[in-house]
Design a protein around this ligand. Sequence first.
Ligand code: PMP
Length: 308
Amino acid sequence: MVEQGKKIWRDGEILDREAGDRTSLLTHTLHYGVGAFEGIRAYQRADGKTYIFRLQEHITRLFDSCKLVKLEPRVSLQQVCDGCSALLAAEGMKDGYLRPVIMYGPGAMGVLPADNTVETFVVAWSWGAYLGSEGLEKGIRCKISPFCRHHISVAFAKGKITGQYVNSVMAKQDAKLSGFDEALMCDVNGFVCEGTGENVFVIKNGRITTPPLGASILAGITRDTVMVLAREEGIPLVEANLTRDELYLADEVFLTGTAAEVTPVREVDHRPIGAGARGELTRRLQQRYFDVVKGSDDSHPEWLSLVE
Ligand code: PMP
């Protein structure tokens, strides 16, 4: 169990958990999966203050996800941003993971939402290294999943839509039951797309490759962060389709995500990646990432929202 906070932000109000943690069994989203969500981290940085990382970008993506499925929030983007900060302040959490959700409430119970309410909430919990602190240092073991990523004509890869995550849950479950830490999913044509909640990067001969946004991938905010940092570090980077053999033959592989941060991959399908340990470029980028999100690297103040 995660350590959930004591408060919930719900449609503009901060409520005690008991009052706010209630949802009707006739919640349309529970039955059909049309809801939008985000995962956001806040860190206490070296100056002792807590900052939410790339809050505006996360909430913009939340509203974009709503647009994709024609879900119309009753609150504004700014209200949700303010709600995230207010919730963390009310919790007194120094480091935390924020989970905003926008969903249909009760109303019509057929597939087509009609008079259903639209509800927005944000909850927070404490979350350490999602793929383990050992994984951050030594790298994790991945499996190419038998579950393909949604075809672009089937679902919205660019949205964090609740129901779409059945695909990720199945892939993750299969990987864990098979003794691996994480699954990597390919599209229906066999190109490597992403992890169940992470984007993927491959390094070969000093050059980084990651699948392009046209692939069936989420436009990860950590992906974007790492791409900016790689360019600043002078490491060549291209966005191109990746095949499974390019993955197996890479010098380094790493995953990025709000929860997973920058996690090295040391093995894919029983094949060691490079030396079978965290690679040097991965270590450099990981270090830079942690310096930016929670250290004293002040080169990107535009990514940090102070919690007051
Ligand atoms: N892909 C998928 C499928 C995800 O769920 C996530 C997590 N949001 C990511 C990639 C990484 O995105 P981000 O860096 O914005 O957290």
